[in-house]
Design a protein around this ligand. Structure first.
Ligand SMILES: [Zn+2]
Ligand SMILES: [Zn+2]
Length: 147
């Protein structure tokens, strides 16, 4: 999202944009820090943009849906992400501000490092490899949960 400083009135402006995750190389970056991540929706951003003296303040809401792999049971699950972020820029001598890099950074910072399909996911038995959410362990080793 590119913001023209001259377009911003004293009341501020509202802007919306949609990013294609492929264009931002987000899945590759994600796989470096976490288990494989797939974006199943584009990244939607809705922003209220205001000038405060020499600063540009962008109050944004980011929304997207990820398919992740549970770090306990290794099953795929979907996660809807909705987060508010405030980006500020010093606009001295600038005519436009592009917030794309910061949006990208923010998304990467928000990947869960240990995604869980549910808080009480029972995981997989380390011995018989049964998914303990779906069936009972065959070896009786129920207390050993693969982290
Ligand atoms: Zn799980
Ligand atoms: Zn078992």
């Amino acid at each position: 999202m590119k913001i023209e400083i001259n377009d911003i009135s004293s009341k501020g402006v509202h802007k919306e944009a949609e990013y294609n995750p492929c264009e931002l190389d987000l899945e590759i970056e994600a796989s470096k820090v976490a288990l494989p991540v797939k974006f199943i929706t584009p990244i939607n951003i809705s922003a209220d943009i205001n000038l405060a003296g020499k600063e540009l303040v962008v109050r944004s809401i980011l929304m997207y849906k990820l398919q992740m792999i549970c770090s306990r049971c290794l099953e795929k699950f979907d996660l809807l992400f909705e987060g508010k972020h405030i980006f500020t820029y010093n606009i001295q001598n600038l005519e436009t501000v592009d917030i794309t890099d910061d949006v990208r950074e923010e998304i990467i910072l928000n990947y869960p490092l240990k995604p869980l399909c549910s808080e009480d996911c029972k995981g997989i038995c380390v011995k018989c490899k049964v998914n303990l959410n779906m069936e009972n362990c065959k070896c009786g080793n129920v207390k050993l949960v693969a982290e």
